[in-house]
Design a protein around this ligand. Structure first.
Ligand code: AMP
Length: 287
């Protein structure tokens, strides 16, 4: 595995791989790798153990642009030595670890990408500027790497929808693949932020997925009223944890529009604070 913090070095390596006829796969992350990240590498490596077909680029960049002033940019967990080992073992070809200076040489980006509507609500309503920061850095990464395909996790479902919309609106010539959420045995979605949880919070946190799964079962059993489903989730989280609910919403999976009645493919998404740790999760239900 090659590792570089420089855009020029990355471009040279990617160019060589492209000239060898390889498909360039990009997996953007903020590091502190867990199996949620590594499962995407495995998926790209599947059936290509000899590195003949795909050239996998993983980026690790804690992007200051997507953190609010009172968010956890400074304390976001970082461990590049461990990350490099895990990335190499998983089969990454090129690990791109740019500095803030390399990505934002002027200290800021005068140009930003703003994806309206799909960014406005859910997480976007509670994290002003977040999706603008995400769309801007992902657009930069797309221009730097010029991948054929980029992988994103369902765990951050709104982020996936925002990126998909950006790619469509700006005619960016690549495919976006949505990869399934990887969970702990008790249902908690893997997240670098889980490392912030104290033992009691960690014990309570699976209630998020348990309540989502239970909601999916109610829908499959015939319930079609979003309010009934949302109340059930809310009650369960309140009863079984000290988590402070930021939002619980049911939206059309395709474009995050509001739904009056549950029908077709919907996503149930939530954000809940455990102390100062903000956790998100979602489930997609098809009826
Ligand atoms: P992050 O490092 O948290 O910004 O995540 C980088 C990428 O990994 C994003 O596309 C996330 O959606 C994805 N990801 C994070 N956690 C998980 C998980 N538990 N399962 C699957 N994908 C994940």
């Amino acid at each position: 595995m090659k590792i570089t913090e420089y855009i020029a070095v990355l471009r040279e390596n990617v160019k060589q791989a492209r000239n060898q006829g390889k498909t360039i796969v990009l997996i953007p992350t903020m590091g502190f790798l867990h199996y949620g990240h590594l499962s995407m590498v495995e998926a790209a490596r599947q059936g290509d153990e000899e590195h003949e077909r795909n050239y996998i680029v993983m980026s690790i960049f804690v992007n200051p642009l997507q953190f609010g002033p009172n968010e956890d940019y400074d304390r976001y967990p970082r461990d590049l030595i461990r990350d490099s080992r895990l990335a190499q073992e998983a089969g990454v070809d090129l690990l791109f670890v740019p500095s803030v200076q390399e990505m934002y040489p002027e200290g800021e980006s005068l140009t930003t990408v703003n994806v309206t509507k799909v960014s406005a609500e859910l997480c976007g309503a509670h994290r002003p500027g977040h999706f603008q920061g995400v769309a801007t850095v992902v657009n930069k990464l797309f221009n730097i790497v010029l991948p054929d395909v980029a992988y994103f996790g369902q765990k951050d479902y709104q982020q996936f929808i925002v990126i998909k919309q950006m790619v469509k609106d700006l005619n960016i010539p690549l495919k976006i693949a949505l990869m399934p959420t990887i969970r702990e045995a008790d249902g908690l979605a893997l997240s670098s932020r889980n490392s912030y949880l104290n033992p009691e919070q960690r014990k309570q946190a699976p209630v998020l997925f348990n309540s989502l799964r239970n909601a999916a079962e109610l829908i499959q059993a015939g319930e079609r009223n979003p309010e009934v489903i949302l109340n059930t989730i809310e009650q369960r989280i309140r009863n079984e944890s000290d988590g402070q609910i930021e939002y619980i919403e049911i939206r059309k999976a395709e474009n995050l529009e509001k739904v009056e009645k549950i029908n077709g493919s919907v996503v149930i998404a939530l954000a809940v604070h455990f102390g100062s740790t903000r956790l998100i999760d979602n489930i997609i239900v098809e009826v």
